[in-house]
Design a protein around this ligand. Sequence first.
Ligand code: CP3
Length: 355
Amino acid sequence: MSTPDVIPPAAEPAPADSALVRAARGLPVRHTPVWFMRQAGRSLPEYRAIREGIGMLASCRRPDLVTEITLQPVRRHGVDAAIFFSDIVVPLAAAGVDLDIVPGVGPVVAAPIRTRADVERLPLLDPEAIPDIAESVRLLVAELGPTPLIGFAGAPFTLASYLVEGGPSKTHARTKALMHSDPDTWHALCGRLAAMSATFLRVQVEAGASALQLFDSWAGALSREDYVRFVQPHSASVLGAVADLGVPRIHFGVGTGELLAEMGRAGADIVGVDYRVSLTDAVARLGGSYAVQGNLDPALLFAPMPVLRERVLEIVAEGRAAPGHIFNLGHGVPPEADPDVLTRVVEIVHEAAAR
Ligand code: CP3
């Protein structure tokens, strides 16, 4: 029997072995992984400083800024994943749609899309139009080492809502009116948006992102029937178009308690849960076959620490019923949140026994 002269070095930890990717795949983890939607943003003074005088869309196209802003919350909070700093409307703007992100408002579209002719004028996204996105991801992956980077895109319904309404809407009235009154135009619009989102996701994963999230933030405005008929096929087309890349796919929306099973069936590996449904109920609705992500109510970040701590521990405990659990907020970090409280949440999640 020969003994090797050199003991091979322990394999370098890799994002594929991270707690986030393992939990997404339902594998055992040492601690529940945690990250926060909108962890990069106005809650951080270092974010406000670096963004001073630079527009949101412009900053999303500068690899130096994207890299620094994405890393800020990872350094500060010790979260288990970075989320790529960008926006759901970046691919639309890169394809040539005239829009802006107005501070305190959100995306505003110069010429709303409401007719078949409008849809036919909607450009598609050429991956060649976003070399900076691939460049930012490559820079980030090199800096992040074993910490996974989550790439993301907006789902067709949420993007369509901004395009049809012309900006943020509470009711999504014109969007719903269009889907019911002119289904052909609606499906043509969503088909184009699905192709753009799939391209945006592929560019990020091919450049090194280890997981992805499809944000259908406003899908909770729909009935289950309308979701299945008008929206799910297009979200399924986005998730299906990136299935071959082999990275875990998270599917999230706000107020989607009635849609959780359908969002899973659209082709997700992990279903994001907002704070209106307990993880226990979510796991039951999902039939135990998906990992879950969530779901601390962001309002609890403003509660006294003992109250917050107890709620965080309850959520970690509830998550044990799922095949895998990624801790997150039920929606994004509010700009007024105290960053030290977020750091404390990460510590509490990490100290709790995982499973
Ligand atoms: O840290 C992260 O989560 C990554 C970055 C990220 C941003 N937008 C940065 C951003 C992500 C994942 C998004 C996705 C996004 N953008 C969604 C889906 C997520 C969700 O919140 O449901 C939606 C609906 C949008 C559209 C959008 N862009 C809104 C509603 C806003 C807020 C407008 C405002 O000023 O209140 C934006 C702008 C935006 N996107 C900001 C950030 C950090 C704030 C702009 C700024 O800092 O000036």
